[in-house]
Design a protein around this ligand. Structure first.
Ligand code: ADP
Ligand code: MG
Length: 365
């Protein structure tokens, strides 16, 4: 099974009304729902390039639809011990943060708060319905990767060291050393933690003279389901990637060059990993950036959904095309479907119990 890659084209913003819309959707013969994105060849506008996706959403798609179709179905797999990774990829201003975090009103809520809400709902249900005594623990981590350094967003910005947090290989998984893990018992508690952390994100960005569009923000939701003496853990990762535009085209200050080089390096490494996996290369260059090391895309046991955010207007033409080309490679990734092995309660508490030893199970349907 491949990574599921879907495209979402945002509406025109008020200042873009009347501008030239160049991205359109189409359906192929087999399906009624659109699965194709069309964009003109910049070198020959009479010709269109066409890209195919698992699903395509146009400006009319609601936050609820994106969640119901793309994210909600992963929740049951998460409770069955599979890891879930949800990415938003795209240039700055294409709707990544809108898709992942969204706005304040219920209708505008993004994928992340809806995912948490769905997880708590299912947790309550299995605790209530299961015959054997079952408990569910949910723990959050939230960090950003900026200039290839990892910063804890649950830590107050003044505690942040410029060097960032180190990584360590723990068996077959890379972990961030010293990352805060916050137990979180309700959606309300999540909202408070997440809002505060997003304030930390912008405060520290200002301190570092950066902008949040130049860092990758990764929310980790760790689930531990205990039934009798068996504990099954899994992680959902929700990632708002740094803007994929090539800042070198527009910015040439020295600081921006450093940032740009590391953003481009991590997204380029992501693309290289994607390509290597899709071609079944023996060597996957995970180690070339921190983000790919931590996420180990394609080594992950479980499900990955990549939401490719696109702007419809001409001013994004080349960036849109390069996002579409990136996604074109991503969807050929083969993901191994491996369930996290249940571990037993004897494990000392606080010791990381996920992964390390995975067992092969039946493929997901
Ligand atoms: P990014 O995080 O990719 O830089 P944002 O999520 O900040 O982009 O989106 C840029 C602007 O477009 C924001 O004002 C956002 O509210 C708006 N926007 C993005 N997607 C949508 C959408 N699907 N519907 C309405 N407004 C959107
Ligand atoms: Mg953003």
């Amino acid at each position: 099974m491949g990574i599921r890659v879907v495209a979402r084209i945002r509406p025109q913003q008020s200042h873009e009304l009347g501008k030239d819309v160049i991205v359109s959707t189409a359906s192929n013969a087999e399906s009624e729902q659109p699965t194709l994105v069309k964009i003109p060849n910049p070198k020959n506008e009479s010709e269109d390039f066409t890209f195919q996706f698992s699903s395509v959403y146009d400006h009319t798609a609601t936050q609820q639809q994106i969640f119901d179709n793309e994210v909600s179905p992963t929740i049951k797999h998460l409770f069955n011990g599979f890891d879930v990774t949800i990415f938003a990829y795209g240039s700055t201003g294409t709707g990544k943060t809108h898709t992942m975090r969204g706005g304040k009103t219920l209708a505008e809520r993004g994928v992340i708060p809806r995912l948490l809400s769905g997880i708590y709902r299912r947790a309550r249900k299995i605790v209530k319905d299961s015959e054997r005594e079952t408990t569910v623990e949910i723990t959050l981590s939230y960090y950003e990767i900026y200039n290839d350094k990892v910063f804890d967003l649950f830590e107050a910005p003044e505690k942040r060291t410029l060097a960032g947090l180190p990584l360590r290989d723990n068996g077959c998984k890379t972990v961030v050393v010293g990352l805060t893990e916050r137990p979180c018992e309700s959606l309300k508690e999540f909202e408070n933690l997440y809002d505060q952390a997003n304030i930390n994100r912008s405060t520290s960005a200002t301190k570092l003279n950066a902008a949040s569009s130049r860092s990758h923000a990764i929310l980790g939701i760790r689930l531990a389901v205990t039934t009798g003496d068996e504990v099954r853990t899994s992680i959902a990762s929700a990632i708002d990637l740094a803007g994929s535009e090539d800042n070198r085209r527009t910015q040439n200050g020295k600081e921006r060059m450093v940032e740009s080089a590391s953003i481009n390096k991590s997204l380029f490494t992501l693309a290289k990993c994607v390509e290597a996996i899709s071609q079944k290369d023996a060597r996957i260059p995970y180690r070339e950036s921190k983000m790919t090391r931590i996420l180990s895309l394609g080594q992950n046991n479980g499900l990955t959904v990549m939401i490719l955010n696109l702007a419809p207007v001409r001013s994004f033409h080349l960036d849109t095309l390069s996002s579409l080309n990136f996604a074109n490679r991503t969807k050929r990734i083969e993901v191994r479907e491996i369930e996290n092995e249940p571990v037993f309660k004897q494990c000392p508490r606080g010791v990381p119990t996920v992964s390390g030893s995975n067992i092969r199970r039946q493929p997901l349907r």
